[in-house]
Design a protein around this ligand. Structure first.
Ligand code: THG
Length: 366
C-alpha cells in the first residue's frame, strides 16, 4: 500500500511526535485521525505485546462528552444495555443502536458523575447522532468532543510500568473501573481496560499539551522493562475475539448478530431507541452471528469482506483474518448463517488470492 497523505482532515494526535520518533511503519485512519497499525512488524509487535509492555496512541478513541441533567436519560436512549447499575468510577462496554436495532458503534462508556459521561467511541460519527437526538428532543445536555486523548498501557508488565508513573495504587484498579491519578499537576482518569487481552490500563489524557510529557515519562520509566511503542495488534485482537466496528459488524447488524447479546438487557433498558426493534427480532434469535473461523493456506491481507461458501451458496463472510504464530493457524472472525454456524462446519472462503478451506471454530483463541 502507498502512504497516507497528511492533511487537516486526517488529524494528528497528542502523541504523534512520540509515535513518529518510535519509527511507526503504518497507519490507518479512524475517526478521521491517525491510528498506528505497525511499528517493527505485526508479528514482532505481537510477540512483544504478549511478553513485555507497550504504550499505545489510541487518541482515535475520541470521547463524546454528555453533560447535564438529562445525561443519564440520553445515555439509556443510546444503548440496550441497562445502565441503572452504573455508578461513577465504572466503565461499561455498550453496544449502541439506531431505531432499527442496527449497531451504530460499540464504545466504552465512562461514568464521571451522575450528570456526566464520556462515550469512548469506535470508528463512526456517533457525535452527530447524539447531538441530533439531544437537539431534536430538546434535552438539557451539552454534547461535544473534549480535548481528551486515551493512551493505553498494555501487556503483562503494564501494572509494573503504570505503578512506576502513577504509584502503587493503580494496581488496585479493578477491570473496567477507573481511578483519578495525578500526572503533570493534573488528575486523569486511569481505567483498567484496553483493546487487547494482555491486560493493562487506559489513561484518558486531558489536554493535548499533557500528551507527550506522559508518553516520555512512560518510555523513560519502562526502559528496563523493554517498553516499546505499540498499537492494537491485528493478530492478538482476532485471537481474543475483540471486534472492530466497520469491519466485523456494521449498521446492518444487531448486537445479537455481533455476538454482543451478553452486553444487552433490552427488556429492562427502558428508553433505548432501538428497544422495540430489538425485542421484536430477539424473540426468534439472530439468523446469522459472529463466529471464530480457522482458515487453511497462505492468506493475503483481509482488506475486504471474503464470502464464505457452502459449495455455490454464500452462507456468510470473513471480515478479519491473520496468521497466528502462537496457534500455528490462520485465525479469523466471520459472520455465519444459522444453518452453517455450528462448530466444525466445513466451508470455503473466497479471497482476492483464491479459495481456501475454512472451518467454524468452537471459540476465540484467547
Ligand atoms: N477502549 C476505549 N475506547 C474504545 C476502545 C477501547 N473505543 C473504540 C473501541 N475500543 C471500542 N470497541 C471495544 C471492543 C472491545 C472492548 C472494548 C472496546 C473490550 N472488550 C472486552 C472483551 O470483549 O473481552 C471486555 C468487555 C467487558 O467485559 O465489559 O474491552 O478498547 N476506551
Amino acid at each position: 500500500m502507498a502512504t497516507i497523505a497528511g492533511s487537516r482532515r486526517v488529524r494528528r494526535t497528542a502523541f504523534s511526535e512520540g509515535v513518529e520518533a518510535a519509527g511507526v511503519k503504518g497507519y490507518t485512519v479512524y475517526n478521521r485521525m491517525l491510528l498506528p497499525t505497525v511499528f517493527r512488524s505485526v508479528v514482532e509487535d505481537y510477540r512483544h505485546l504478549k511478553t513485555a509492555v507497550q504504550v499505545w496512541d489510541v487518541a482515535v478513541e475520541r470521547q463524546v462528552e454528555i453533560r447535564g441533567p438529562d445525561a443519564g436519560r440520553l445515555m439509556q436512549m443510546l444503548t440496550p444495555r441497562d445502565l441503572r447499575g452504573m455508578l461513577p468510577g465504572m466503565c461499561y462496554y455498550v453496544p449502541m443502536v439506531d431505531e432499527t436495532g442496527g449497531m451504530l458503534n460499540d464504545p466504552v462508556a465512562v461514568k464521571l458523575a451522575e450528570d456526566r459521561y464520556w462515550v469512548s467511541i469506535a470508528d463512526s460519527d456517533l457525535l452527530l447522532w447524539i447531538k441530533g437526538l439531544a437537539y431534536g428532543l430538546r434535552m438539557d445536555v451539552l454534547v461535544d468532543e473534549p480535548d481528551v486523548s486515551p493512551l493505553a498501557i498494555q501487556g503483562p508488565l503494564a501494572d509494573e510500568l503504570a505503578a512506576r508513573v502513577f504509584g502503587d495504587k493503580v494496581r488496585d484498579i479493578k477491570f473496567f473501573r477507573y481511578g483519578m491519578f495525578e500526572f503533570g499537576g493534573k488528575d486523569h482518569v486511569v481505567a483498567r481496560s484496553g483493546y487487547s487481552k494482555q491486560g493493562g490500563f487506559e489513561v484518558y489524557v486531558e489536554g493535548s499539551e499533557n500528551g507527550m510529557p506522559l508518553w516520555n515519562a512512560l518510555m523513560e520509566a519502562g526502559r528496563d522493562l523493554d517498553v516499546h511503542a505499540g498499537c492494537p495488534n491485528l493478530i492478538e485482537r482476532i485471537e481474543g475475539g475483540l471486534l472492530s466496528y466497520g469491519n466485523d459488524m456494521t449498521r446492518e447488524n444487531t448486537p445479537h448478530e455481533a455476538g454482543l447479546g451478553r452486553f444487552c438487557s433490552t427488556q429492562t433498558a427502558i428508553g433505548c431507541v432501538g428497544r422495540d426493534a430489538l425485542l421484536r427480532v430477539s424473540k426468534e434469535g439472530p439468523v446469522k452471528q459472529i463466529r471464530a473461523i480457522r482458515i487453511e493456506g497462505d492468506l493475503p491481507p483481509c482488506d475486504r469482506a471474503w464470502p464464505l461458501m457452502d459449495g455455490q451458496r454464500q452462507v456468510g463472510q470473513v471480515t478479519s483474518a491473520a496468521y497466528s504464530p502462537d496457534f500455528e493457524q490462520n485465525v479469523g472472525i466471520g459472520m455465519v448463517r444459522l444453518t452453517h454456524w455450528d462448530q466444525g462446519t466445513d466451508l470455503d472462503v473466497v479471497t482476492q488470492a483464491g479459495v481456501f478451506p475454512a472451518i467454524v471454530h468452537e471459540t476465540f483463541w484467547i
